[in-house]
Design a protein around this ligand. Structure first.
Ligand code: BGC
Length: 767
């Protein structure tokens, strides 16, 4: 009976889609339907679907059993398994590997009534098996081609492993280093953040989503998550229209323009409305004004959590608010599967909302080519050939070198000269796990090249490697709190004794990779545990120190800045960490990174960002004893290392900034010269200030940058063009304005080291 019905359905869909469906008996004697549906086929398929099946497409489960083992017989897993076989699931996450994915896809394709294949999503955030630098580190490269390549590699490995969807890039702008997820973003600036977002989307998706080595990307978390109050994870956000439209939304809009396939909303409230239930954001702005036609997935359980926020009386109401607001897929709340049907039957939810969501999901499956071949990502041979190839490792090592920022290098402490005795001290010296960072679930633990391994390859130096102190007391992982050693000082004395004997000390200190990332907010931005004590003890006997900082966020390096001549910001650089750092330490690579986020002098400065507004009293009075200006009585206002800062083994000089008025905009040119002895790359940055706008603008806004490699003594003239796109701003309601009047045009090597020219935009007579 069922078979006759299926045959009838297939005949109808065949007429509509003009493709020949294949009906195959599989070995369990079930009917396998392989329905090749074209874009117009999605419409015909929708017509064949029951309400339950449409809602099923909107349901996403996390992997709940080992699909290559026996099927679940009882409990929640058995219910989910039954739903999967009944066509009531549209997507799964956290299932990985060709074998597993193929088994589950088979159930969807061969056992359900319509044989609709599943989407398989995963957090491929900074690499899949081969781990790339954490996203904030990659952003420090300001090298969009390299970032694109890194995402392309991540997509390649993930796709070869059966996946077709990543929950990346996270494009949340953040100004607060206490927030642990700054490691996953591109920092504090919307212009740089937008460029990085586009590079990542294009890297993951390529030009053709149906290519078996690309995957769908996901712009997240829409929107405002990075503004969590006090940097505390999942916390409320209160964001003005100005900040929302000028700072928070631009990277998301850039993703839409780059063709991103999916979006994810988030856990946070925005001005009192949980973003998962935020109709204005999702329906009006994203799907309305921006014309986004892809899928909006909720964050993990975020539909159900709207009840806890106090925004819905129960889960049913949460589901109602989520679907009305524009959330197409429910990740792990089980709210849609439980309540959507009733809500439609009761007339509370218009069936067209369900059709729209299901259509978006089916279209994505079509674009990925899953209707043509549901197993196209499931090729075991490809899986073993692609992952961790030499080519991938080389590219990831290069990405890692480009991500490093040389914060200071007094007395030319780096690169290390040959024939020295060097003690390399610190809990992260021999670490093979922490440098993998936070989002590396598919990677094998302890597979990063450590600094010790990287440096040991240089045999003309007499190295000694010592831990000094332990950073953690227990083994660490993605879900549990990281336990920091605050007590055991064994090892400090040995480190001090060794430091006394050697010409040079390198210290590798910082945070563990699991101290940043989701749910890893901090109230302190110091070196965790006993590391400061170790640093000071070593410094007391040998101040000739090169300090390498590994961290997932900007730390307060004030003491180090005052006392240590050379400091390197090394983030968590992934699988090739030790090799990349050895390249830098030994001078095989000249550092070229620039900070994508301000480094503070004190945690009390948070939130700290270069593109702030002016106050009415920004500068100290001529009489320095007078207090009435905007400042702290115990700390400077400025960053210790500002946004855009980063040094090199060579020196760059800027001269000859000229700005010409093009009528509606400006062209700025500046000469850059490498005045040092070695070749190096410099990121030239252009900032503007609209000095008399109808809505006060920030003191500086990045509006252009260019990275150039120059040989010693080489010069280059760099040109920036400023049009309405760069000169305007959004008002509190989201309307774009470009106003006449005075502008400062600033160009230089960091947000604080700039040359400035004042110009006037005058398209009409000023009244
Ligand atoms: C995170 C998302 C992530 C999702 C799935 C959530 O906790 O906020 O960014 O994609 O889990 O793992």
């Amino acid at each position: 009976m069922g078979r006759i019905l299926i045959l009838a359905i297939l005949t109808i869909s065949c007429i509509v889609s003009c493709n020949t469906p294949k009906i195959i008996e599989n070995n369990k004697n079930r009917v396998m339907i392989h329905t090749p549906i074209k874009y117009d086929g999605v419409e015909s398929l929708l017509k064949l679907m029951t309400l339950d099946e449409k809602i099923g497409q909107m349901n996403q489960y996390s992997g709940f059993w080992n699909a290559t083992g026996p099927s679940p017989k009882d409990g929640d897993a058995a219910i989910k398994y039954k739903n999967l076989r009944s066509g009531l699931v549209g997507s799964m996450l956290n299932v990985r590997g060709v074998k597993e994915i193929k088994e589950i896809q088979k159930i969807a394709v061969e056992e359900t009534r319509l044989g609709i294949p599943l989407l398989f999503g995963f957090d491929v955030i900074h690499g899949y098996k081969t781990i790339a630098p954490i996203p904030i580190a990659e952003s420090a490269s300001w090298d969009m081609e390299a970032i694109k390549l890194s995402s392309k590699i991540a997509a390649k490995e993930a796709a070869a492993s059966g996946l077709n969807w990543t929950f990346a890039p996270m494009v949340d702008i953040s100004r607060d280093a206490r927030w642990g997820r700054v490691m996953e973003g591109a920092g504090e600036d919307p212009y740089l953040g937008s460029k990085v977002a586009v590079a990542r989307v294009k890297g993951f998706q390529g030009d053709d989503l149906s290519d078996p080595l690309t995957i769908a990307a996901c712009a997240k978390h829409f929107a405002g998550y990075g503004f969590a109050e006090a940097g505390r994870e999942y916390n409320t956000t209160v964001i003005s229209g100005d900040i929302l439209h000028n700072i928070v939304l631009p990277p998301f809009k850039a993703c839409v323009d780059a063709g991103v396939a999916t979006f994810m909303n988030g856990f946070n409230q925005l001005n009192g409305i949980p973003v998962t239930g935020h109709k204005q954001l999702q329906r009006k702005i994203l799907k309305g004004q921006w014309g986004f036609e892809g899928v909006m997935v909720s964050d993990w359980g975020s539909i159900g959590e709207m009840k806890v926020h106090g925004f819905a009386a129960n889960e049913k109401e949460a589901g109602l608010k989520a679907i009305i607001a524009g959330s197409d897929m429910d990740m792990e709340s089980y709210v849609y599967e439980k309540h959507l049907k009733t809500l439609v039957k009761e007339g509370q939810v218009d069936i067209e909302l369900i059709n729209d969501a299901a259509r978006r999901i089916l279209n994505l499956k079509h674009e990925l080519g899953l209707f043509k071949d549901p197993y196209k990502y499931c090729n075991e041979e490809r899986e073993s050939n692609v992952i961790g190839s030499d080519e991938i490792l080389l590219a990831i090592r290069d990405m890692a070198r480009k991500s490093v920022v040389l914060l200071k290098n007094e007395n030319a402490g780096l690169p290390i000269k040959a024939n020295k005795t060097v003690a390399v001290i610190g809990p992260l010296v021999s670490e093979k796990n922490s440098p993998l960072g936070s989002w590396r679930i598919a990677a094998k633990d302890h597979t990063a090249i450590s600094v010790e391994e990287g440096l040991s390859q240089y045999t003309d130096i007499d190295w000694t490697f010592l831990q000094g102190v332990q950073l953690t007391t227990e083994s660490t992982n993605f879900v549990l709190e990281t336990k920091i050693n605050e007590v055991d000082k064994t090892g400090i004395q040995q480190a001090v004794d060794k430091a006394k004997e050697v010409d040079q000390v390198i210290m590798v200190l910082g945070e563990h990779g699991y101290q940043s990332g989701e749910a890893r907010s901090r109230t302190k931005l110091d070196l965790p545990g006993l590391q400061q004590e170790l640093l000071e003890a070593v410094h007391a006997v040998n101040p000739n120190i090169v300090l390498i900082i590994m961290s997932g966020r900007p730390l307060d390096l004030s003491w180090a800045d005052e006392n240590i001549p050379t400091i390197v910001q090394a983030w968590q650089l992934g699988t090739e960490s030790g090799n990349a750092l050895a390249d830098i330490i030994m001078g095989e690579y000249n550092p070229s990174g620039k900070l994508p986020m301000s480094f503070p002098r004190s945690v009390g400065q948070m939130p700290l960002y270069y593109n702030h507004q002016s106050t009415g009293r920004p500068t100290q009075d001529a009489n320095p004893d007078l207090v009435f200006w905007s400042h702290y009585i115990d700390e400077k206002n400025t960053a210790l290392y500002p946004f855009g800062h980063g040094e090199s083994y060579t020196n760059f000089e800027y001269s000859n900034l000229k700005v010409t008025n093009t009528g509606t905009g400006f062209t700025a040119t500046i000469d850059l010269t490498n005045t040092g002895d070695v070749a190096g790359e410099e990121v030239t940055q252009l900032y503007i200030r609209d000095v008399s706008a109808s809505l006060a603008r920030p003191v500086k806004e990045l509006k252009g940058f260019e990275k150039n490699m120059l040989k010693p003594s080489e010069s280059k003239t760099i040109t920036f063009v400023l049009t309405d796109k760069e000169l305007g701003f959004f008002d509190n309601e989201g309307n774009y304005h470009v106003e006449d009047g005075k502008f400062d045009i600033m160009v230089g090597g960091s947000s604080e080291k700039v040359m400035n020219v004042s110009v006037e935009r005058k398209t009409k007579m000023l009244e």
